[in-house]
Structure formats: structure tokens, C-alpha cells
Design a protein around this ligand. Structure first.
Ligand code: SF4
Ligand code: SF4
Length: 301
């Protein structure tokens, strides 16, 4: 039985492709984008998420933890992540819902049972199912099982990808994928490595090959002030997209710094403190620049 690790299944999604959709979030990603708004998607393993603002300092977690990983310190209960085995016992004991295990192993059948609940919405809105993450292509057998099951069920499929995967993995998924939501981030090799942890050569090569094959692609560019909205990156992005074998719309997504609490809850450093959401005027100016460069631009989405 093929299983895979997810961190969420969101019903009634309207920003992950056409129509009303169910978005299935895979856990695990080969990139570590400094601006990632789903840091719980990065590790392929189960994680303990803490919500200190809900904690009522009752100490129940410390009482049940088999590893003695939770200890009282100055009236608060502090978790030693090095000692924590992510067993989940404290989550059950916490009445205040201040602790959560992120991630769950699913079978294809279990996911399809959730997807099937909203079949009527997909059909009436020209929607379907989107596989997102994290990076779905990091769990290729599970992804393929789900894609095949969706196509057998007559459902539209979208794959939201960072593009950093072996070409053979794309080739396996492509026959069952109606739409690719493909992220572009930074065109400069060294800068891309610095801000995401990997170079962009494979991502750009895969995109070019997919476009040459005639795949339906929506490009998505998250705009992060001071990171990728400079004139050189905009120029290089426009040139690359304009030179693709087949045109693809470019969706411009404004950065939001709403994930800071999630980083703290996972014990991860938040790398972009102080960066603000770009203004509407800035987003419109960038959209106008790409439009003048001949691209089909969509703001938001
Ligand atoms: S059980 Fe929950 S509410 Fe009580 S101390 Fe632990 S985290 Fe806080
Ligand atoms: S998840 Fe398990 S090991 Fe980790 S703090 Fe909770 S009870 Fe302790």
C-alpha cells in the first residue's frame, strides 16, 4: 500500500488553480526559501509545533513526557527539542491546544476519500485537486498514486512545484497532470543558492523542457522586497519567460510576513525579520513592467 506524509488537506481552496479545489499539502521540500510561509512543510519528518500564546502553564505536558523533555523554567514550561522524540503524548495531554504534531502518514485511499467529498464543487466550478507542499515530487510514488486515482475519478489535477526534481520524476507525473503551478524565484545562480539553499539550473532547465512539451503551466513569482524585486532580477525573469517555447501566464504573488509565529513554534530561525508586504503601487508597477515586456501577467492568485 503506497503511503505518504502530508501536513494538511485544505478543502474549498480558490487560489491554487482554477475553480474550487482541494489542496493536498505534502511534507518535505528540497529548498529552504528564506521567505517560506509554510516552514512546517520543509522537513519530511513529523514535527512538534508549539503555540506559546495558548499555553496556560498547567504543566500537564511535563507530567506526561516520557523523555522528560519539558521542564519548568521561571513559571513557564520549556521543551528541549534535542530530547523530544515527537511522540505526541504531550499533545494529547494539553487541554489548551498549545501543542500540535505536524504531519501524518496517509494512504492514497484515505486522501481520495477526503477529495471525493467535494466532487460536486469541482464539477460546478471547473475546479479539481491541487498537490502542493512542500514539494510533492519528493514523494513520487505517493504523488503518482494520487494523480492516477484523480484521473480515474475524472478530476482535474494541478501540481504546485518548485521545479527542483529529476526530469524522470516530471516525466512520470506529466501524463496525469493537467496543470503545473511552477515557481520562479531568483534568476541569479549564486543568489538563488544563497536564498533557497539550491542552485536554479535544474529548475530552469525542467521548466524549459516542460514548456517545449506543451505542458499547461502557470508561472508563479513571489515578490519579496529587497530579495528579488530589483531591476536586474525583473529584467532576467522577463527575458527567460519571454524565451520559453510556449507562453505561460506569470502570476505575481506579494510576500506576506504572517509566518513568523510558525517559525518560533517549530524552533526555527526566522530569516527575514522586518520585511514588509509590497505595496499595491509597487506590485502594479512590476506588473506593468512585465506586461510591457510582452508577458501575460496576473496580479495575485
Ligand atoms: S500542557 Fe499545554 S497548556 Fe499546559 S503547560 Fe503544557 S503546553 Fe502549556
Ligand atoms: S512530543 Fe513526546 S517527547 Fe516531545 S515533548 Fe511531547 S511528550 Fe515529550
Amino acid at each position: 500500500m503506497t503511503t505518504g506524509m502530508l501536513f494538511d488537506i485544505r478543502r474549498y481552496a480558490i487560489h491554487d488553480g482554477p475553480g474550487i479545489r482541494t489542496t493536498v499539502f505534502f511534507k518535505g521540500c528540497p529548498l529552504r526559501c528564506a521567505w517560506c510561509h509554510n516552514p512546517e512543510s520543509q522537513s519530511p519528518a513529523l514535527e512538534l509545533m508549539l503555540r506559546p500564546n495558548r499555553c496556560i502553564s498547567c504543566g500537564a505536558c511535563a507530567q506526561v513526557c516520557p523523555e522528560l523533555a519539558v521542564q519548568p523554567v521561571d513559571g513557564r514550561y520549556v521543551t528541549d527539542r534535542a530530547a523530544c522524540t515527537v511522540c505526541g503524548v504531550c499533545v494529547e495531554a494539553c487541554y489548551a491546544d498549545a501543542r500540535q504534531i505536524v504531519g501524518r502518514e496517509y494512504t492514497v485511499e484515505e486522501v481520495m476519500a477526503v477529495i471525493e467529498r467535494d466532487r460536486d464543487f469541482y464539477l460546478h466550478s471547473n475546479g479539481g485537486v491541487t498537490f502542493s507542499g512542500g514539494e510533492p515530487l519528493m514523494q513520487p510514488d505517493f504523488l503518482l498514486g494520487l494523480l492516477r486515482a484523480c484521473k480515474t475519478a475524472g478530476l482535474h489535477t494541478a501540481l504546485d512545484t518548485c521545479g527542483y526534481a529529476a526530469w524522470e520524476t516530471f516525466e512520470r507525473a506529466l501524463p496525469y497532470t493537467d496543470l503545473l503551478l511552477y515557481d520562479l524565484k531568483l534568476m541569479d545562480q549564486a543568489g538563488h543558492r544563497q536564498i533557497t539553499g539550491v542552485p536554479n539550473r535544474r529548475i530552469l532547465d525542467n521548466l524549459h523542457r516542460l514548456s517545449a512539451l506543451g505542458a499547461t503551466i502557470w508561472l508563479r513569482l513571489p515578490l519579496i522586497p529587497g530579495i528579488n524585486d530589483d531591476a536586474e532580477n525583473l529584467r532576467a525573469t522577463a527575458a527567460f519567460v519571454a524565451a520559453l517555447p510556449n507562453p505561460a501566464p506569470l502570476y505575481l504573488l506579494p510576500y506576506h510576513n504572517s509566518a513568523e509565529a510558525k517559525y518560533a513554534g517549530l524552533g526555527l530561525p526566522f530569516q527575514l525579520p522586518g520585511i514588509q508586504t509590497p505595496t499595491d503601487a509597487h506590485m502594479h508597477a512590476i506588473a506593468e513592467y512585465f506586461t510591457r515586456a510582452g508577458l501575460n501577467v496576473v496580479l495575485g492568485g
